[in-house]
Design a protein around this ligand. Structure first.
Ligand SMILES: [Zn+2]
Length: 313
């Protein structure tokens, strides 16, 4: 597959975090203005070396350093503009972008209105692109913190915020305790997605599909261990958002040739291909499709995946 052919085909990116999508030069520029930041003064190569993580915990550490780079309305505008420009470059016509304002507002004392205005100003520059933002709340912060974040966003909800998600987590986390959040988000008219089956087991995916109107599952890797669950996902046509590079970098999968995507396709579960945190995983959407092709997914299937993603517009 060559890039020109790839970009000429309309497609969607349905799982990318705003705070994981910096352009290298932008990250270095933002860090250079913060003398006490661990990335201050680092060359691109040195930063890339830092991101060669192999576990979820190591990745989160890097993610939190980057997260702290964004402070003002202009910062949020800049990184959103960078991401939208990247969507256009890749031939993305529809995107769902996760953002995590909870820690910014509740711990780092940033203003939610600045975050929302910055993002809104950026989106206004790209009228041809359709972008939905998804509020991603961090499971590890606990239910009361997540609930406050959700209420805060619902109170100041811009038109472009259309979805709710949960992310982070740990192996023994029980998703059931977070169901009231999904209920509240759905009542308020948000669609719901969730990170599940990345570090945790298939039972959390089951909880979500049984008790919420979940739109798609992000990662969902552990579902592959549970044939009954795979049949259910296929039966209900609930899609899994696959991110190949991400799964390798966080150690969720150790060999792409044995990635659960093969099981998903075998069972007839719809899948999408996504970057997740392209800055940290040093990837882009084209690279994710190339990786899929490299491990043996056919061009016809890839075209089907591109067309399928646009159905969420
Ligand atoms: Zn993610």
């Amino acid at each position: 597959m060559n890039f020109e052919t790839f970009r000429s085909i309309g497609k969607a990116e349905l799982h990318v975090h705003l705070e994981g999508s910096f352009r290298m030069e932008r990250a270095r520029e933002l860090a250079s203005a913060k003398p006490d930041h661990p990335w201050n003064g680092l060359a691109a190569e040195a930063l890339r070396r830092r991101f060669k993580t192999s576990s979820f915990v190591e990745f989160l550490e890097q993610f939190m350093s980057g997260y702290r780079l964004l402070k003002t309305r202009d910062h949020f505008q800049m990184v959103t503009e960078d991401l939208c420009a990247e969507f256009e470059r890749q031939g993305v016509q529809y995107a769902e972008v996760l953002y995590s304002p909870g820690v910014y507002v509740q711990k780092l004392h940033r203003e939610l209105v600045d975050i929302h205005e910055g993002i809104g100003a950026a989106l206004a520059q790209f009228p041809k692109l359709r972008v939905s933002f998804i509020l991603d709340t961090v499971l590890n912060m606990g239910l009361p913190f997540m609930s406050r974040t959700l209420e805060m966003v619902l109170h100041d909800r811009p038109e472009y915020v259309r979805g709710f998600s949960v992310g982070g987590g740990q192996p023994d986390l029980d998703m059931a305790q977070f169901l009231p959040l999904f209920e509240r988000a759905q009542e308020a008219g948000l669609f719901v997605v969730a990170h599940a089956g990345e570090v945790d087991g298939p039972e959390n995916i089951r909880t979500l599909i049984e008790h919420t109107d979940i739109r798609r599952i992000a990662h969902g890797c552990s579902a592959a261990r549970d044939p009954e669950l795979c049949r259910e996902l296929a039966g209900r046509q609930i899609a899994i958002d696959v991110s190949l590079s991400s799964n390798l970098c966080t150690g969720t999968v150790t060999n792409l040739k044995r990635h659960p995507i093969f099981k998903f396709l075998e069972y007839g579960i719809p899948v999408t291909l996504n970057t997740d945190d392209p800055f940290y995983f040093q990837t882009d959407l084209f690279n994710e499709y190339q990786l899929a092709e490299d491990i043996g997914i056919s061009w016809d299937k890839l075209l089907e995946i591109m067309a399928f993603g646009l159905e969420f517009r």
